[in-house]
Design a binder for this molecule. Structure first.
Ligand SMILES: *Cc1c(COP(=O)(O)O)cnc(C)c1O
Length: 386
């Protein structure tokens, strides 16, 4: 099976992890701060906090921005469920903004319309979570302008997007947001097995995320309610979690980061080959906005249903039978059974729903060979001729 995505682990990565295993610290040692500095330097963000997943990063980002009961968090229905669940963890309400039919990212026009209506009903969102789907940045300038007018905070879910750029700056710089979140799950751009990070330029937000990452416990006298009882002393000043990344994971991350740019270049080269080879098929290849440089986590084609009699389901099953590990990213979150209780129904977000009926992620990962890509294309041609 040619998978839709897979990690690349080199001997250098393995050596980096082994070196930590032989060292004094498996966790809470020097590798996590080293990883954080390396990401911060790469993205030009002031503060980077490594965490055990992007899901944890989204949760703590929401808490740091004081999301709670009675508040609203809005995100895109075309994302992994974690982009929305973080709002529910905080006891807040979650709603969605329909996608742009070309980029498949949260649509600023739909956002504006929804904000105007929400202002009238007194239910403006506290946080909006734009998701950089497939690694391509959302229209952050437009979303940021709306945030100034309507007073919401922005968390960029950049789980797909480390290594990508927006307006010639690295995604993660937080130019148009309060916090940016990355994922280092093995299918993503670089991996730490499980892992994530939150980036911000706001010292207060960074301190809060750092505190909540480890039980709400501080060893910093400046954050305590009174003078330390002695050198052993720590205080729990908030209710936090154990969302820490280990040094083993951080060492793997540092080693992987060295190949980040090379990975994204290869992803682009493969995407360009797909674009050329698929041009004559009844498929819409990924639209790329001039403003950005995608990290190309995913290569999603959309079936032009008016130009073929073969269904998405038939193509999917046929490709799987031919050993091509296609996938669908994503099932619209508002249609998930768990989200029914909040009153969402089919038809609420028509662009997202029609995307879901036509989209398919083709295999794309940095170690994919040209030969494998040609195999995917031939299999796809065959699947479309059923
Ligand atoms: C993978 C992913 C997440 C969750 O990442 P984890 O590190 O697995 O918690 C969140 N949002 C999006 C868009 C993702 O693709």
């Amino acid at each position: 099976m040619i998978p839709y995505g897979r990690q690349d682990i080199t001997e250098a990565d393995i050596d980096a992890v082994i070196a930590v295993l032989r060292s004094d610290f498996l966790t809470q040692g020097p590798m996590v701060p080293h990883f954080e500095r390396t990401i911060g330097d790469y993205c030009s963000s002031e503060y980077t906090i490594a965490l055990n997943s992007a899901t944890s990063a989204l949760h703590l980002a929401c808490l740091a921005l004081d999301l709670g009961p009675g508040d609203w968090l809005w995100t895109s229905p075309i994302s992994f469920v974690a982009s929305a669940n973080c709002g529910l963890y905080c006891g807040a309400n979650v709603d969605f903004v329909d996608i742009d039919p070309h980029t498949y990212n949260l649509c600023p026009k739909s956002l504006k319309k929804k904000l105007i209506a929400a202002e009238q009903s007194g239910q403006l969102p506290k946080i909006v979570v734009p998701v950089h789907l497939c690694g391509q940045s959302c229209d952050m300038q437009a979303i940021h302008t709306l945030s100034q007018k309507y007073g919401f905070k922005i968390i960029e879910d950049a789980s797909h997007a480390i290594g990508g750029k927006y307006q010639n700056e690295s995604i993660g710089i937080c130019r148009h947001s309060d916090i940016t979140v990355f994922s280092f799950h093995p299918v993503k751009i670089i991996t730490t097995a499980e892992g994530g990070a939150a980036l911000t330029n706001d010292a207060k937000l960074a301190r809060r995320i750092e505190l909540l990452r480890s039980h709400g416990i501080t060893r910093d006298a400046a954050q305590m309610t009174h003078e330390p009882d002695g050198p052993w002393y720590y205080q729990q000043v908030d209710l936090g979690y154990n969302y820490r990344m280990t040094d083993l994971q951080a060492a793997l991350g540092v080693s992987q980061l060295k190949r980040l740019d090379q990975y994204v270049v290869r992803r682009h080269a493969l995407a360009e080959q797909y674009n050329e080879l698929l041009a004559d098929l009844p498929l819409t290849t990924p639209h790329q906005h001039d403003d950005g440089y995608s990290a190309y986590h995913l290569y999603v084609v959309r079936l032009q249903q008016e130009n073929t009699n073969v269904s998405q389901r038939q193509i999917f099953e046929n490709l799987r039978e031919q050993g091509i590990g296609v996938n669908i990213h994503y099932i619209p979150i508002h249609t998930q059974p768990y989200y029914k209780q909040f009153g969402f129904k089919q038809g609420d977000f028509p662009q997202a729903e029609s995307y879901y009926n036509e989209a398919m992620s083709l295999p794309l990962y940095p170690t994919m060979t040209d030969e494998q890509l040609n195999k995917v294309v031939s299999a796809l041609q065959k699947a479309l001729q059923q």
